[in-house]
Structures are given as structure tokens and as C-alpha cells.
Design a protein around this ligand. Structure first.
Ligand code: ZN
Length: 279
């Protein structure tokens, strides 16, 4: 028997031995439902005495929208996305909320899309639970700006408050802008008008819990509001300080920045907002 025959014989025998197993595995695998979900995602670390937990609420991939990145060319952005293993011709945007346990207060920065959407996003409540955080224990929710992926999670799927004990603090400039009938009347139809309509829908029934905040002031123990306008009129970052620890939470960063340093997706007021902005 030459070497070729022996290899053919061995591989044939192996295939024959594997065949029943392969057939069984194939049918068993086919019968299993597809999950469509990632594993629970959170990451925890300390800033001074504060415990910070980054809660992942999912990620979404889609075609690169015009104007999504304002200072880098489209081809360069897509090349960076490709080198970061994002789907071909698309960008992947992760969504995260930030829980801060100050010792005296449990604070949540932004809420994500909430439970009204399907996976792969809308995982905040499940991932809070996976991180051992009960929505009933959250004292304060800080909203960075009035966009759906940061505020829709204020509402539970039942339509009631998702965080039943929490005070809701919102940037006063976004509050006055998006709740203003006059600003809304100037907003172009489509995405921008949708932000106005969505803000009203989400906050309906919750307004007695809402406190507008100003920049440059403490909004929770050890957490100060820092004005970073442009993406929206009241877009806010949060400076967290405890002991020697410092952390700046900017809500408009994304994974493209890691792949394309210097790219900017929250620069000067976006053209799409300008029409509705006063002056
Ligand atoms: Zn936004």
C-alpha cells in the first residue's frame, strides 16, 4: 500500500467514524434556537472611594451616515472601521451607561435605549442586574443630553418609570430647547423633529421627577456637570472626583476614535440642529 492509499484509507475510516457523530451534532445544533444576544457586559473599577461600573447596553452596526464624523474623510473613517474589525462598509457603535456608587448615593449616568427595543441593544436593565445593581436602588439618574440612546431607558416597558425612586436630572439647556414649542416649530422634519417628539414622549408622566441642572455645579456628591455643547445645545460631560481619583465621563465618544485618533463626532453644532437653534 503506498502512502497515498494509506492516507486515503485512514481519512476515509476517520470520516466514516465521524459521520454518525457529525449527523447527530448537526441535527442537534439545528434544533437549538439562535440566541442573538451577547453575554452580560459590565466593567468595574474604583475612582478614589467611588465604585464605577460601566454597563454595556449593546452595540449596533450600520452604514456610515453622512456627517457622523465631521473632520475626517469618509474613506478614512471606513478604513479605520475595517481595521477595527467592524462589518465591511459599516461602523459599529457601542452604547454604555455609567453607574457611580459614591457611598451615599447610587447614580446612573444615562439610560441607553431602555427596554423598548430589541437586542443587540436595550440590554441595560438585564446588564444592571448582572452587575448586581437593582433599578430600585438608584437614587439619581443624570441625563447627558436629549437623544434616544441616552434617555429612552427612563421608561420601563410598562410605561412607568424604570428607576422608581430616582430623581432625574437633565441639562437645563436641552430641557428648555427640546421642550420649547417655538424651537420645535423651527426644527426640520425627520431626525431633528423626531428628537423633539421623542423627548416629550419619554418625559411624559415623569416631569415631576425632573430637575434641570446648570453647568459648573455639583449634580451629585463628587460629580460636577461640565458643558460640552455642540452635539446638542446642552450636551454635558461629568467630572467625577473622589480623594485623589479623577474621571471625566464624556458621553459622545465611540470606538472609531480608537481606530482613527483625532476623528470628531461631537464638534461644533451639527448642521441638522442649527435650523432649530435660537439665533
Ligand atoms: Zn447623541
Amino acid at each position: 500500500m503506498n502512502g497515498l492509499d494509506r492516507r486515503a484509507l485512514v481519512s476515509g475510516a476517520a470520516a466514516a467514524m465521524l459521520a454518525p457523530w457529525a449527523a447527530q451534532t448537526s441535527s442537534a445544533w439545528a434544533a437549538s434556537p439562535v440566541s442573538g444576544k451577547q453575554a452580560p457586559g459590565f466593567y468595574r473599577f474604583k475612582v478614589g472611594d467611588f465604585e464605577i461600573t460601566i454597563i454595556n447596553e449593546g452595540a449596533r452596526s450600520g452604514p456610515l451616515r453622512d456627517g457622523f464624523v465631521t473632520n475626517v474623510g469618509r474613506e478614512q473613517v471606513l478604513a479605520a472601521a475595517d481595521s477595527a474589525y467592524m462589518p465591511k462598509g459599516q461602523v459599529t457603535v457601542p452604547f454604555n451607561a455609567v453607574a457611580v456608587n459614591t457611598g451615599s448615593k447610587l447614580v446612573l449616568i444615562d439610560t441607553g435605549y431602555g427596554s423598548g427595543v430589541s437586542p443587540p441593544v436595550g440590554m441595560l436593565t438585564a446588564n444592571l442586574a448582572a452587575a448586581g445593581i437593582d433599578t430600585k436602588d438608584i437614587d439619581v439618574v443624570l441625563i447627558s443630553h436629549f437623544h434616544p440612546d441616552h434617555m429612552d431607558g427612563l421608561k420601563a416597558s410598562s410605561g412607568g418609570p424604570a428607576f422608581p425612586r430616582a430623581e432625574i436630572k437633565v441639562p437645563s439647556l436641552d430641557w428648555s430647547f427640546y421642550m420649547s414649542d417655538e424651537s420645535m416649530s423651527r426644527a426640520p422634519e425627520g431626525r431633528v423633529r423626531g428628537y423633539f417628539e421623542n423627548s416629550r414622549k419619554v418625559l411624559q408622566g415623569l416631569t415631576d421627577r425632573v430637575t434641570p441642572y446648570e453647568w459648573g455645579k455639583e449634580v451629585a456628591p463628587g460629580i460636577a456637570a461640565v458643558g460640552t455643547p455642540g452635539h446638542t445645545p446642552g450636551h454635558t460631560s461629568f467630572a467625577i472626583s473622589s480623594g485623589q481619583g479623577r474621571l471625566l465621563v464624556c458621553r459622545r465618544k465611540n470606538s472609531l476614535r480608537l481606530a482613527a485618533p483625532g476623528s470628531r463626532s461631537c464638534g461644533p453644532p451639527a448642521t441638522r440642529h442649527r435650523a432649530a437653534m435660537p439665533g
